[in-house]
Design a protein around this ligand. Structure first.
Ligand SMILES: C[S@@+](CC[C@H](N)C(=O)[O-])C[C@H]1O[C@@H](n2cnc3c(N)ncnc32)[C@H](O)[C@@H]1O
Length: 210
C-alpha cells in the first residue's frame, strides 16, 4: 500500500480504532499495566494516545511516543497536551528508532506488536535502546494456546491482516520476546473477551533484557 493510501485508510479507520481500543475490557488492561511504567518511557505505536492520560507522574519522567500514522498522531497530540507527564510525539517506525543505545527505562507496548510489520527488527531495537535495568511492559493480543483457536487464527490471518490495518492474529508474543534476547519476568495469558476467541487471547506482563 502506498503511503498516501495508508494515510487515507488511517483517516477512515481512526473512529473505529478509537472505539475498539477504548472498550471497557481493553481499557481495564491499560489501567493495570500503566502504573508499572517508570523513568523515560518509549511507547512504540502510540496510536491515538489512549494511554497518555494514564501515566503516573510520580514514576514517569517523560514519554516518547512513536507511530507512522499522521492521522493517529494528530489525535495523540490533543491527549499529549493534557497528559500528566511530558510527552514527545514522533512520526516514525519501531523498526528504526531515533534513540540512543541504553537510554530508555520502559518500553510500553499495548495492542501494537500485532501491527508492526517487522516485529523481529522492532524487538531488536527495543533491546538496543533499553537500559540493562529497563523492561518491556506489554499487553498484546496474539497466538492462542488452544490448537483449534490457533487453526482459526492461521486460516483468517491472510484475510484479516489487509482488512485490519496490518494486524496479525497469530503472533506468539512471548516467544518473539525470548528469541529477541528478553527474559520473561511476568506473563499472564487469558481471553480478554469471551468472543471472538481468535482476537482475544492476551499476553500481559513484562520482560527484561537478558
Ligand atoms: C491497534 S493500534 C494500537 C495503538 C495504541 N498502542 C493503543 O494501545 O491504543 C496499532 C498501532 O500500531 C501502529 N504501527 C503500525 N506499524 C508500526 C510500526 N512499524 N512502528 C510503530 N507503530 C506501528 C499503528 O499506526 C497503530 O497506531
Amino acid at each position: 500500500m502506498s503511503q498516501t493510501l495508508k494515510q487515507a485508510y488511517d483517516w477512515l479507520m481512526r473512529p473505529a480504532l478509537e472505539h475498539v481500543c477504548a472498550l471497557g475490557p481493553v481499557m481495564k488492561q491499560r489501567t493495570r499495566l500503566l502504573p508499572r511504567a517508570e523513568g523515560l518511557v518509549l511507547e512504540p505505536g502510540v496510536g491515538t494516545g489512549l494511554n497518555l492520560p494514564l501515566y503516573d507522574p510520580d514514576k514517569v519522567k517523560s514519554v516518547i511516543g512513536i507511530d507512522p500514522s499522521a492521522p493517529y498522531l494528530e489525535m495523540a497530540r490533543k491527549r499529549a497536551s493534557e497528559a500528566p507527564v511530558p510527552v514527545e510525539l514522533v512520526q516514525g517506525t519501531a523498526e528504526k528508532l531515533p534513540l540512543e543505545d541504553n537510554s530508555v527505562d520502559t518500553v510500553l507496548l499495548t495492542y501494537t506488536g500485532c501491527s508492526i510489520p517487522d516485529l523481529d527488527a522492532a524487538l531488536a531495537e527495543f533491546r538496543r535502546v533499553l537500559k540493562p535495568s529497563g523492561r518491556v511492559l506489554l499487553c498484546e493480543h496474539g497466538r492462542a494456546r488452544e490448537p483449534r483457536v490457533q487453526k482459526v487464527q492461521d486460516l483468517l490471518n491472510p484475510v484479516w491482516r489487509p482488512l485490519a490495518g496490518g494486524c496479525n492474529l497469530n503472533r506468539n508474543i512471548a516467544e518473539k520476546l525470548q528469541e529477541a534476547g528478553f527474559a520473561i519476568e511476568h506473563m499472564e495469558n487469558f481471553y480478554m473477551l469471551p468472543r471472538p476467541k481468535f482476537l482475544s487471547w492476551l499476553y500481559f506482563g513484562s520482560a527484561r533484557p537478558r
